[in-house]
Design a protein around this ligand. Structure first.
Ligand code: MG
Length: 479
């Protein structure tokens, strides 16, 4: 793809504002930052932001503090004039679906996604079923930092309801938008690993209703995450990789703690990187729909560009994060979107990362094509993508990026400055991207061969370290 074809964006955060929100909601350590007072103040800030009217839906995961936090949020919202609908335990995409379906003003998921057990947090969903924008987060942050809340009088306290139908409403939409007939006819054997997270309440039943024969691992919901760490990466999915081979399943499916993401393992127990799954989904979608717009973020592999171009589609590239991706899907009426971390979007169902929906679409793809997953992956172009992080103080990030830009400009064919500095070379690319939430700089490198990818990576890391030192900083901290 040429430089001109890569669209730029204006979606940038306001610099230097005090932050509570990370890339997706608030995530902190329970008993340290997450205290009863703090949670209640978040509830009051939301009520103030909504000007004391509208319905808010609250869902939660199984973390040890999630029930308590949901009750605190609920109490504060009710006292400050908001009607609350309690949905119970469910994946984040299930809550997001219900926000739009029920016309709620906001949805809250009490979850820390894939973070370690001591964390908890809140994800915020706006009326369109996507994450709330940065300017809304800033309004909430100001209200919390300044303790400025608008209180409701005794006769304007909100009403409380429990909604037992939220999971059914969500899974019905997945069943409606998936080829259930084809899956039931093939009755494929699949192994599901919810990782003791919230997909344990949706996905075993969903996959069975779709027509799969389902075996599960770690499907007992448990806030201590006894089965495996919550991040569904290659290392953590060792048991799933083994089980798929030993049981003769066609695919292994895993989710992170709140199931907005999905990871897959082929019939030989090989883990599929998120880019590879994304390319496979995009290729199949473009064939089915006879072209269309596919959205991805700047950190994705060239593999996705290749597949979209050869499939006659149009690729739109955004900053990384689910909000820029979801916004672009809505703006372009895209047919599919994906992120390299395993977040995939299916707009006919909803415009949000959706792990359970992605598992349904993977099974549909396998039965429709009637071929082993490893063979389908084997037909895709092969690239080597690696990622690492270097400790960099927040105060140095802007100046570091300017220096990296000056250096890369001298040696690269072209540079894309959508999110960090992405430099294209004849045989690969290098991306230097400071994190918006942690004192680190991420470095990505990709090439056709593994040695060249390593060479680019070493070059990028050396450049960041050297430039940080010339700025008087250090890169010796713990990333
Ligand atoms: Mg998640």
């Amino acid at each position: 793809m040429s430089a001109a074809a890569l669209p730029q964006t204006t979606e940038r955060p306001t610099p230097n504002a005090p932050r509570l929100f990370g890339t997706d909601g608030i995530r902190k350590v329970v008993g340290r930052e997450i205290t009863p007072v703090f949670v209640a103040e978040v509830g009051s800030a939301i009520a103030t932001y909504l000007q004391g009217s509208g319905d808010v839906l609250i869902a939660r995961d199984f973390r040890t503090s999630s029930d308590a936090m949901a009750r605190l949020l609920s109490g504060a919202l009710l006292m400050d004039g908001i009607n609350v609908r309690e949905l119970g335990v469910m994946p984040t995409p299930c809550l997001q679906f219900n926000v739009r379906a029920l016309g709620a003003a906001m949805g809250l998921t009490v979850t820390a996604s894939h973070n370690p057990t001591e964390f908890n947090g809140i994800k915020f969903t706006g009326p369109e079923g996507t994450e709330i924008p940065r300017d809304s987060e800033e309004i909430l942050e100001r209200s919390i930092f300044r303790h400025e809340f608008v209180r409701a009088s005794w006769d304007h306290v909100g009403t409380y309801r429990v909604d037992p139908d939220a999971v059914d409403r969500y899974t019905s939409s997945i069943l409606r938008t998936t080829d259930v007939e084809a899956i039931r006819a093939a009755a494929p054997l699949v192994v599901l690993d919810p990782g003791n997270g919230t997909s344990a309440v949706t996905s075993p039943v969903l996959l069975r209703e779709l027509g799969c024969r389902v075996l599960t691992l770690n499907a007992n919901p448990d806030g201590y995450f006894p089965g495996r760490p919550s991040e569904p990466n290659e290392e953590n999915l060792w048991a799933l990789r083994k089980a798929v081979v030993e049981l003769g399943a066609v695919v292994g499916i895993a989710h992170d703690g709140d199931a907005d993401r999905a990871s897959f393992v082929d019939e030989h127990g090989t883990y599929l990187p998120g880019d590879v799954t994304m390319a496979l989904f995009a290729k199949h979608r473009l064939t089915e729909r006879d072209g269309g717009v596919v959205v991805t973020s700047v950190t994705s592999s060239t593999l996705v560009e290749d597949v979209v171009r050869s499939g006659g589609g149009e690729l739109q590239v955004t900053r990384s994060g689910s909000l820029p991706v979801a916004r672009r899907v809505l703006d372009c009426d895209a047919i599919f979107a994906g992120e390299e971390n395993g977040g995939y979007y299916w707009p006919e169902h909803q415009v949000a990362r959706d792990g359970p929906m992605s598992s349904a679409k993977m099974v549909e793809l396998l039965v429709r094509l009637g071929r082993p997953l490893s063979e389908l992956v084997g037909e895709l172009p092969r690239y080597h993508l690696s990622k690492t992080k270097v400790p960099v103080a927040d105060a140095l990030k802007t100046r570091l990026l300017a220096k990296v830009h000056a250096e890369l400009e001298r040696e690269a064919d072209r540079i894309v400055t959508l999110d960090g500095q992405k430099a294209y070379f004849p045989d690969g690319w290098l991306l230097v991207r400071p994190s918006g939430t942690e004192p680190i700089c991420r470095v990505y490198a990709e090439a056709r061969s593994a040695p060249r990818a390593k060479e680019l990576m070493d070059h990028g890391v050396e450049m960041v370290r050297r430039e940080v030192e010339t700025l008087g900083g250090t890169t010796h901290g713990t990333p």
